[in-house]
Ligand binder design. Structure first.
Ligand code: 13P
Length: 256
């Protein structure tokens, strides 16, 4: 039985003061509740220490949105995973479509980053998903397979407990257009099939696969109720206490 994960990707929003306020609001609403899954927030780097003071894993966990591919040294502007760990992060998002698009990050870099994240004792959330044109051309399965094949077999330490997958169809990110529960289930089942081929049935059965793309409180329950959807990676709707807590409630409701 896989535990759900509801993860907020704050993207380039909320400095330390506003971030701390949001995290404290979410923590206050969830504290003392026995959740059947995990809740995570991923603020910008500079906001992590402020959020660490209030998101202490009870029950809100803390993560980062990116990291360098080296842990320390002469790499101006980079941040190593050990530093993130020291600051309180347990997860690092890698390969978000915005980094693929704007920073031109590629599979080789993702492999280096995830191996380092794991070596430092952190968990990786690996994002992938097709573009609108690729779906229109009926190529979504091939694209997703190639994205998984390009990275998963090269990971030295990946297991279902230190690695989470996040299927994020790019056409659904920030557009208000959500994949239907059927579309999400189809792509998640396909992803799991590919993972089984690459890593084996055991890891594939236990690895969590999140859905990301215009997920909100009103659609979370139905999306997360799909057999192979184990929670969500949430952008816009993770920036307000009510919206984000509503999604956690959707995840709980999806379990019946
Ligand atoms: P939205 O929820 O704003 O569509 O963003 C999804 C996303 O990119 C999460 O990583």
């Amino acid at each position: 039985m896989r535990r759900y994960l509801v993860a907020g990707n704050w993207k380039m929003n909320l400095g330390p003061a506003a971030g701390r306020e949001l995290a404290a609001g979410v923590s206050d609403r969830l504290r003392g509740r026995v959740l059947r899954g995990d809740v995570l927030v991923c603020p910008p780097y500079v906001t992590i220490p402020a959020v660490a003071a209030v998101a202490d894993g009870n029950p809100v966990l803390l993560g980062a949105q990116n990291c360098g591919d080296q842990d320390s040294g002469a790499f101006t502007g980079e941040v190593g995973p050990s530093m993130l760990k020291e600051a309180g992060a347990q997860y690092v998002i890698i390969a978000h479509s915005e980094r693929r698009q704007y920073q031109r990050e590629d599979d080789e870099l993702f492999v280096r980053k995830i191996n380092l994240v794991h070596a430092c004792g952190l968990k990786a959330i690996f994002c992938y998903g097709e573009l609108l044109g690729e779906r229109k051309a009926g190529r979504e399965r091939d694209v997703v397979r190639a994205q998984l094949e390009g990275v998963l077999p090269k990971l030295q330490y990946a297991d279902p407990y230190n690695t989470v997958l996040a299927y994020e169809p790019v056409w659904a990110i920030g557009t208000g257009e959500t994949a239907t529960p059927e579309q999400a289930q189809e792509m998640h089942a396909w992803s799991r099939e590919v993972v089984a081929r690459l890593l084996g049935d055991g890891p594939a059965g236990n690895m969590r696969i999140l859905y990301g793309g215009s997920c909100k409180a009103s659609n979370a329950r139905e999306l997360f109720g799909q057999k192979d959807v184990d929670g969500g990676l949430i952008g816009g709707a993770s920036l307000k206490v009510d919206d984000f807590v509503g999604i956690v409630e959707g995840a709980e409701a999806a379990l019946g």
